[in-house]
Design a protein around this ligand. Structure first.
Ligand code: ZN
Length: 118
């Protein structure tokens, strides 16, 4: 019989990993169009969730729906940890980071970068 070689391979916190995947799937379902749209690489199809404010800046917002946007893989990789204020399309109103404080008011407080696709 094959040994369960994969035991111990996955991240040590399967609960948070599962929670993240569920949240990511929700974001992809609700925002199927990539919010970054980097020219030349964007597939325009969300396959992952991008942190508007990078986890490195606000780890407390890592699992906050209002801080997530549907994003294609290439754009997510290309953005890396670029602060949202440095993203060219966000020059107008990058949003107030403080607005993400309450998950309950998240929907209304989220910056609407998707408007660029209108
Ligand atoms: Zn993209």
């Amino acid at each position: 019989m094959a040994a369960q070689w994969w035991v111990g391979y996955w991240p040590s916190d399967p609960t948070s990993d599962r929670a993240w995947r569920r949240l990511r799937d929700q974001v992809v379902a609700e925002e199927p169009v990539c919010w970054l749209g980097f020219a030349g690489i964007c597939t325009h199809v969300s396959t992952t969730a991008d942190h508007v404010i990078p986890k490195t800046q606000r780890p407390d917002l890592a699992m906050t729906r209002a801080n997530l946007r549907g994003c294609c893989g290439p754009c997510n990789l290309a953005r890396g940890r670029t602060p949202v204020q440095r993203l060219s399309f966000a020059a107008g109103d990058p949003g107030d980071p403080g607005a993400f404080g309450s998950p309950d008011s998240a929907a209304g407080a989220a910056p609407s970068a998707l408007a660029i696709f209108d």
